[in-house]
Design a protein. Structure first.
Length: 134
């Protein structure tokens, strides 16, 4: 589920950057893409928080999943903060007063922030892999 939310979060921001690279200016499409990314960030973050709440109940005969990634909750909060900053940059790029070069720079920074947010939580998710533990 969260992989889908990650794609719906990062994909629109990457699309905005591609639009800037192609010198394609569509304010309506830009607004829709930023809105989709923001909704996906909220929904994906909610899914991450719910997932984190279940980790103490997942265990093998040696360790719980929560012990594998003790900083998971902090990583989720970082995901929210960094992702919000990325969306803010993407939204700022839609202002009519921003130059073409400014649009390109803001969307590049937005992509970097959004992908940093996604990869931080994806890495922790993969650290949660558990085996039987014999």
């Amino acid at each position: 589920v969260n992989l889908v939310f990650s794609a719906l979060f990062a994909g629109p921001v990457l699309s905005l950057f591609a639009m800037a690279c192609a010198d394609f200016d569509s304010r309506g499409a830009g607004i829709a893409l930023v809105a989709l990314a923001a909704i996906a960030l909220v929904a994906g973050s909610a899914a991450l928080f719910m997932h984190e709440a279940t980790l103490s109940g997942i265990a093998n005969n040696e360790i719980t999943a929560a012990q594998l990634v003790p900083e998971y909750l902090a990583t989720i909060w970082a995901h929210v903060a960094i992702g919000s900053a990325g969306i803010a940059c993407a939204a700022a790029s839609l202002k009519k007063t921003v130059s073409r070069r400014g649009v390109f720079a803001l969307r590049l920074v937005a992509c970097l922030l959004v992908f940093a947010a996604v990869f931080a939580t994806r890495a922790d998710f993969y650290f949660l892999h558990m085996t039987v533990g014999f």
